[in-house]
Design a protein around this ligand. Sequence first.
Ligand SMILES: Cc1cc2nc3c(=O)[nH]c(=O)nc-3n(C[C@H](O)[C@H](O)[C@H](O)COP(=O)(O)O)c2cc1C
Length: 234
Amino acid sequence: MDMFEAVQKRCSVRAYLPDPVPKDALERILEAGRLAPSAMNLQPWHFIVVMDQQKREAISAGRFAHFLSQTPVVIVGCGNRSASPKGCVVDTTIALENMVLVATGEGIGTCWIGSFDEEHVKVLLKIPEDFTVVAMLAVGYPREKPTLMERAIRFFRQRRDMEEIVSAEEFGKPFQPQFKEPGISGTSCGGSSGSNSIRTAPGRYMWPTASRQGSTGRPGSRSATLSRATWRVS
Ligand SMILES: Cc1cc2nc3c(=O)[nH]c(=O)nc-3n(C[C@H](O)[C@H](O)[C@H](O)COP(=O)(O)O)c2cc1C
């Protein structure tokens, strides 16, 4: 899976199979965090891999974290404030997202978790005082059939339009994307069944993906100006 495909395919998975995550895959995921960039290369992070059922139940107390009790692995990302007071949160976040993308490439689902009581988690996992619990990641194989609630959440995961979130040269000056396809999305979410395909609202963008064959896009179309691009349509 290439990088852009992993970005497209990633989505929050909130229903997992009980199957364990293979050790080598878990190690690759953690390695992706270890290799992440950090301000002044301080690497102000620590990751706790939690598999113990009782601990997972205890950290699933957050309002939007109940599924952690049924998630095979939870990675707790901690930022070291003593090592990098200004950078520890950003750096740990980058490392966690590296893990998320590598997990996606491995066919493993993830979900960011910010719904937790930090003090509770720190006591439970014996995290030193000068560490901040930045976020947790649920990690495991997605259930083939997501719950009704999960399907509803996924349906509403549309993104803001490009014009709304990107400026050209200065804040608020319109950025005009060249590529716009009405009502199509090439993303699928969580698992391999393909039954969870996500449809975006009409008028959302469909992004080009780099082509291994080096296609130059459809001649005369809006995509033709983008070299080495093909379009995913599903
Ligand atoms: C920092 C952060 C914290 C989050 N916390 C939670 C959480 O506690 N529970 C949850 O179910 N989802 C959580 N999410 C997932 C978001 O709800 C999700 O990313 C968003 O709805 C977009 O959907 P997608 O990830 O499927 O694209 C969190 C995401 C981020 C980035």
